[in-house]
Design a protein around this ligand. Sequence first.
Ligand SMILES: [Zn+2]
Length: 288
Amino acid sequence: MRILLVVAAVAAMAFQGRIREDFENYKMHAIPALMYHSIGTVPEGWSPDLCVPPAAFEEHLKYLKEQGFNVITAPQAMILLKSRQNVMNTVILTFDDGYEDNYTIAFPLLKKYGFLGNFYIVGKDVGLVTNQVGVIRYMDFSQLKEMHRQGMEIGSHTMSHDPLTTMKPNFVPWEIYQPLNLFYEKMGFWISGIAFPNGAYNDSVITEIRKYVKYEYGFSGQPGCNTLKTVTETPFELRRAGVYDMGRGSEDVGKVLRKCYIYGYLEEKGVPVRWIDKGRQFLQKVSF
Ligand SMILES: [Zn+2]
């Protein structure tokens, strides 16, 4: 009996070791993408989910530097994955909505650490200053142009920011092609990426995007990692997870990275992670 127990324990340890090795192998060909919005203090009336204070953001960047992460653009990541290189410790940082603090705060910090960022801009909001829920400023074309000149990726977050899946279907084409034209006209370069407002997309949205050859990739709101399979088979459903400030500095970003790798690994093994996440969100809603 004792021998059987020892054999079982050794087998379990070997199995665990094998999974760990397999997981580490997976990380060599998987790139997570993290999603930020405003890098600033939370204005009154705003959801804290949309803001990471500058000091916390710098903690995140410091952590990525210390861990030896290579922080690159989405097009660069797609090239690396397609060339089947080892991409261990590579990450994509994305910023949605085009808030001016992305230029005044995030951009200089990214440069300080030698990192590149990806900024997804709402066409109708470029250069806008609104005073609805406090003053909100958005980046203008000259700021976006300068960031692009310094290697940052600029992409579309549609024209209106309304979710593409709930609007009248005849508005969808305009939401998709108009930023291509507008950004080219105002900045002189073609964008190649889109991030879906609220992460919402469906088959007809993807069919519409594929009509415009300038678009090469799109970000969904599904957690996980991007691999050769993702970028070749579903380039308009790239995986991405939000980073929020929970007041724990670098731990906040480390936790999201771990989640991306684990979800990506499970997905590669055929586990329906989309449903796990939906179930988890449901449980969070109903638990009190
Ligand atoms: Zn958005």
